[in-house]
Ligand binder design. Structure first.
Ligand code: MTE
Length: 306
């Protein structure tokens, strides 16, 4: 299994490149919900040993090909409509089996966070993938602040429910709000982050502003966006996709090339941005993060616990 390599800021994408890229897409900025951010808006973050050395997708790819069903079913809907979502003020209610339950304001969360850049592979259950340079902090650090009680075994997350700003929530299909969950040891794993930015700037709305989960060894649907609630529970939470289609989407949803989705193979993936004729790439066990996370599932039948 390949280990990850430590990277410097400069290794990611030279800053001038980002700025040029941003200038290029400035015309589309409003549609992308990006706006032209001044240099002061750039987020200072330290590089991480957990970053992959794979080349990140472009900002344009990351912000224009999205799944965020609160804004529609098409990959281009989030970039079109997520600008309607108000993300300031924002707070996250942390409750359930914690010592210090309450409403944690985003400013307060960020003031107490050590922001890192994490360049992660991202693999959607639909068999496409990207490489994304997130800015974020460990979920463990926030849960430690709230104080996890001994009885807690799972963490449930909820997305904003605001049909007035989210056209997809006015349509049917999903029992809103979107809910996801992790086992507590998965939540505490150092790879699990809450992202608040990408490419060194605040997270665009379509990517789950202002704060979203990123769990790089699991299919993308676990990485819930625009989180307003985190609850520590004893029982496995009822999660959106598992509740909708339990045979197709399990609670674990670990990336696994050997366990196919009932309707398609998971053995390979299409890298976004690779072009029409690019060969599919083999999917890696735990999306390439087996070295860090395989131990969490020792002794478990991964075909049953999919
Ligand atoms: N979170 C919410 N609230 N709503 C969603 O529809 N889609 C999920 C996940 N988180 C989704 C969500 C899916 S299926 C994927 S693949 C990723 O977000 C996509 O993240 P991205 O658009 O930033 O690449």
């Amino acid at each position: 299994m390949r280990k990850t390599k430590n990277l410097n800021w400069a290794d990611v994408t030279p800053r001038a490149d980002w700025i040029n890229r941003r200038a290029l897409i400035a015309g589309a900025g409003a549609a992308l919900g990006l706006g032209a951010l001044p240099a002061a808006a750039r987020i200072a973050a330290v590089p991480s040993a957990y970053s992959t050395d794979a080349t990140p997708n472009t900002l344009k790819e990351i912000t224009s090909y999205n799944n965020f069903y609160e804004f529609g079913w098409d990959k281009s809907d989030p970039a079109k409509y997520a600008g309607q979502m108000t993300t300031d003020p924002w707070s996250v209610e942390i409750g359930g089996l914690v010592e210090r339950p309450g409403s944690y304001g985003l400013d307060d969360i960020l003031r107490n966070a050590t922001l890192e850049e994490r360049i992660y592979r991202f693999r959607c259950v639909e068999a496409w993938s990207m490489v994304i340079p997130w800015i974020g902090f460990t979920l463990a650090s926030l849960l430690d602040r709230a104080g996890v009680q001994p009885g807690a075994k799972y963490v449930a997350f909820e997305t904003l429910h605001r049909p007035g700003e989210m056209p997809g929530q006015r349509a049917g299909g999903i029992d809103w709000p979107y809910v996801e969950g992790l086992r507590l040891d998965e939540a505490m794993n150092p790879l699990t982050i809450l992202a608040t930015g990408l490419y060194g700037e605040a997270l665009p709305n379509q990517n789950g502003a202002p704060i979203r989960l990123v769990v790089p060894w699991k299919y993308g649907f676990k990485s819930i966006k625009s989180i307003v609630k985190i609850t520590l529970t004893e029982a496995e939470p009822r999660t959106t996709w598992k509740a909708l289609q339990p045979r197709e989407y399990g609670f674990y949803a670990n990336v696994n090339p050997e366990v196919d989705h009932p309707r398609w193979s998971q053995a390979s993936e299409r890298k976004i941005g690779g072009g029409l004729f690019a060969a599919r790439e083999p999917t890696l066990m735990f999306n390439g993060y087996a070295y860090q996370v395989a131990g969490l599932y020792a002794g478990m039948d991964l075909a049953k616990n999919y």
